[in-house]
Design a protein around this ligand. Structure first.
Ligand SMILES: Cc1ncc(COP(=O)(O)O)c(C=O)c1O
Length: 419
């Protein structure tokens, strides 16, 4: 049976009411039929629900579908994507361990690694997404000079947020065979429809289900999937620290997975066409999209993804003033820091999602004042292209004004210097 059929047909066993759509199991706990059953459930000699912090039918259904889509054995769902990221690290790492992470990370993942895990003696090294195999290996193996131990975990996003840099998963799988670290991949931007990291050698695949899995900006959720062996300690961590996904959110997310493939097809087609249209405009300094031949890692994108995704990142000349004018001129997109919605969203990472990074960190990630992340929605592509084109034209005056202002300043400086 094809995955698309399973994404629709996997469903919690029907109740005696013979419902067609799965009911919402809005219950914090489950009743035991006898003291004997309660004992057996806690001893795990019998499988079943006890308490919704541990498991719940709606959550189990959602996990089962994601495991199927990701070709994973087991998984654990969490209340947010960040809870999944944190649980995957806190459940598997201990004091003295070392993480090697890709520098291009979502801001909160960066804060977990640098500000939280560091308090518990877990150290890190950052590597550029585009680093060579030798550079990754250098960071991964033990370094007697600095006293850095060999990596216990390699953590990355591919494609990254917002720079759309890719990491070669097959190359890291080769290094994993040599150094035996846990390869932990945030697959949020690609979704399991475009990329299945576990098939390429990863151990864990993580999602902010808040994004494309929900796809309509309604609920928060997260999930981490992988082998039974690795999920077991993560489940222990989650069961006792409580970052559980709510049954309601799981119900919404499981329903949304029925249409994920269909939505991703349209998201990707729209994003590809918008990226091509923007690249043809002389006024756009940079267009980043993994499936544009101009993307520096186009070949790798074609190897490990089946389409380019829904995120297009562009750079407009004129800095923040231009971005402001451009956003004012746009008629259709929403200005929001979220992404992965049926509605197109634009954001300026420099002043929003990545505002807390230090200037040198922003510089290393190419986050400039004029950078715009576009989460391309499901609207008519003709309408989107028309709207983006008119807003770029309308906001062009800001650049012109900036250039005039810059010329005046330059002229003044020249005059002063001459004087
Ligand atoms: C790549 C990536 N990973 C993780 C997260 C965190 O997800 P959540 O907001 O569901 O905690 C985000 C959020 O934007 C993200 O873009």
């Amino acid at each position: 049976m094809k995955k698309q059929t399973k994404a629709i047909r996997i469903q919690t066993k029907k109740s005696s009411n013979r419902e067609h759509s799965v009911p919402l199991y809005l219950t914090s706990s489950f009743a035991f039929e006898s003291a004997e059953q309660g004992k057996a459930l806690f001893e795990e000699t019998e499988e079943g629900n006890i308490y919704s912090r541990f498991s719940n039918p709606n959550v189990t259904e959602f996990v089962e579908k994601v495991c199927m889509l990701e070709n994973a054995e087991d998984g654990i769902a969490t209340g947010t994507g960040m809870a999944a990221v944190f649980a995957s690290m806190a459940g598997l790492l201990k004091s003295g361990d070392h993480i090697v992470a890709c520098r291009a990370l979502f801001g909160s993942a960066h804060q977990i690694i640098t500000q939280i895990l560091s308090k518990w003696g877990i150290t890190h090294t950052y590597v550029d997404a585009t680093a060579t195999e030798a550079e990754w290996e250098e960071a991964i193996k033990a370094n007697p000079t600095t006293g850095t131990p060999a990596a216990r975990m390699v953590y990355l996003e591919t494609p990254s947020n917002p720079g759309l840099e890719l990491v070669d998963l097959t190359m890291l799988a080769r290094l994993k065979a040599k150094y035996h670290f846990i390869l932990n991949v945030d697959n949020c931007f690609a979704t399991p429809i475009l990329q299945t990291p576990i098939d390429l050698g990863a151990d864990l695949s993580i999602h902010s289900a808040t994004k494309f899995m929900d796809g309509q900006g309604r609920v928060l959720g997260g999930i981490v999937v992988g082998s039974k062996e690795l999920i077991q300690p993560i489940r222990f961590f989650a069961r006792h620290t409580g970052p559980s996904l709510s049954p309601f959110n799981a119900w919404v997310l499981s329903k949304s997975l029925e249409t994920l493939e269909l939505r991703m097809e349209r998201h990707c087609r729209n994003a590809q066409q918008l990226a091509e249209a923007l690249e043809a405009l002389p006024d756009v300094d940079r267009v980043l999209y993994p499936f544009l031949p101009s993307h520096p890692q186009y070949e790798l994108a074609k190897q490990q993804m089946s389409a380019g995704g829904a995120i297009v990142t562009i750079e407009l000349a004129g800095g923040f003033e231009r971005v402001n004018a451009f956003f004012d001129a746009l008629q259709i997109p929403t200005l929001s820091s979220n992404l992965g919605d049926s509605r197109t969203i634009v954001t300026n990472p420099n002043t929003t999602t990545h505002a807390k990074l230090k200037p040198e960190e922003k510089a290393a990630l190419g986050i400039t004042p004029g950078l715009i992340r576009i989460s391309v929605g499901l609207e008519s592509i003709d309408d989107l292209i028309e709207d983006f084109t008119q807003a770029i034209e309308k906001s062009a005056d800001v650049v012109a004004a900036d250039v005039v202002a810059a010329d005046v300043v330059t002229a003044d400086v020249v005059k002063e210097n001459v004087a």
